[in-house]
Write a protein that binds this ligand. Structure first.
Ligand SMILES: NC(=O)c1ccc[n+]([C@@H]2O[C@H](COP(=O)([O-])OP(=O)(O)OC[C@H]3O[C@@H](n4cnc5c(N)ncnc54)[C@H](OP(=O)(O)O)[C@@H]3O)[C@@H](O)[C@H]2O)c1
Length: 327
């Protein structure tokens, strides 16, 4: 019987239990994947704690790579034996095998290893839609400054490299000198240790008082106001996560007084809502990885059964780059 990690109640990492999980045949539009590697993402923490709600019991995990074992009626783009990868709702990748909607699953090029794929699908597609589709009204041109928080994390290190390839000057924040150094080595033009210095003051200094055109903010509560203060007039705050907790309610008037700013809260799942969009975005991600412009760093590996420790390390800010779980 395949095994999976299940929670039956929201809470801490102790809720993550290894259980036997029967896996049936795929229905119409579905596929069954045997995982070779699964990705760890911060969204898994939000789902474990209940910040993001799902019906219980729940197998977590939004990212995986493996081999197609079966396809249901109407699935034309996958065949049994294909190497495949995905970032997708519903959760369920913390498992040896699963049945899931096939529309989210793409064939994996032979040159990309399963663990690399598991470390890049959700994070890489996110970096892509942020840097290429989540843009200020004036757009982004080579040489422009953007601010990217948690630049040494999973999404962050991919974004540093991709921004450099696009000619952008990415100012990355990270907690501590080692993480700052890592972001620099991966293409950040400037780094700020936001545990030791004011990132608002540093951004002002780096941009000679101008501010940046976009802030990509996945930290949430702790950085929200400072991020607004880093923007040029008409700049865009692109919120996409809450690692420090959700942003509390605020009055929209604050956007006027700080320079007619724009605010958006993005999620990958809107961008990959159709098979065509998913395939187009994945093709672009595969191309940038195959070209060598973006390298996927897997800095932590855990057995699937040890996922509780992986969550503890992620929440304690001990990880850098991507983390892969091996079933
Ligand atoms: N909306 C979307 O489409 C989407 C998609 C993917 C990811 N995300 C979001 O993007 C962020 C990055 O995801 P990831 O999986 O790659 O994680 P990650 O960046 O590898 O890990 C999160 C990082 O956030 C920083 N952080 C700051 N305050 C924190 C706190 N109070 N607790 C924990 N960490 C804190 C830490 O880096 P420092 O020590 O350097 O501060 C930590 O390493 C997450 O917020 C995630 O939810 C959103």
């Amino acid at each position: 019987m395949p095994r999976a990690i299940q929670i039956t109640a929201y809470g801490g990492p102790e809720q993550l239990k290894l259980v036997d999980m029967p896996v049936g045949e795929p229905g119409p539009g579905e596929t069954r994947i045997r995982h070779h590697a699964c990705g760890l993402n911060f969204i898994d923490v939000y789902q474990r704690t209940g910040l993001y709600n799902n019906p219980l019991p729940l197998t977590l995990g939004m990212e995986g790579a493996g081999v197609v074992e079966a396809v249901g009626e109407g699935v034309a783009h996958l065949r049994v034996g294909d190497r495949a990868a995905y970032a997708s709702n519903p959760p369920g990748s913390y498992s040896e095998a699963r049945v899931m909607p096939a529309q989210a699953v793409v064939k994996l090029p032979d040159s990309i290893a399963f663990d690399t794929a598991a470390g890049m699908m959700l994070k890489g597609l996110t970096a892509q839609y942020l840097l290429k589709k989540t843009l200020p009204v004036q757009g982004l041109q080579p040489g422009d400054f953007v601010l990217f928080h948690a630049a040494a994390g999973g999404v962050g290190l991919i974004a540093c490299q991709w921004a450099k390839a696009l000619g952008l000057q990415l100012i990355g924040t990270a907690g501590g000198p080692a993480k700052c150094q890592l972001a620099l080595e991966h293409g950040a033009a400037h780094v700020i240790d936001y545990q030791r210095e004011s990132f608002v003051d540093r951004v002002k200094a780096i941009t000679q008082g101008q501010g940046v055109k976009v802030v990509y903010d996945s930290i949430g509560k702790d950085t929200f106001e400072g991020s607004l203060n880093c923007l040029r007039p008409f700049g865009l705050l692109a919120c996409f996560g809450n690692a420090s907790g959700p942003v509390p309610a605020f009055a929209p008037g604050i956007l006027a007084t700080k320079g007619s700013l724009y605010l958006t809260r993005q999620t990958l799942f809107t961008h990959i809502a159709t098979r065509e969009a998913t395939q187009a975005m994945a093709d672009e991600l595969f191309a940038v990885v195959q070209s060598g412009a973006v390298k996927i760093r897997i800095d932590q590996r855990y057995a699937l059964a040890d996922v509780g420790q992986a969550h503890r390390d992620l929440e304690a800010r001990k990880t850098t780059g991507s983390t892969v779980l091996t079933p």
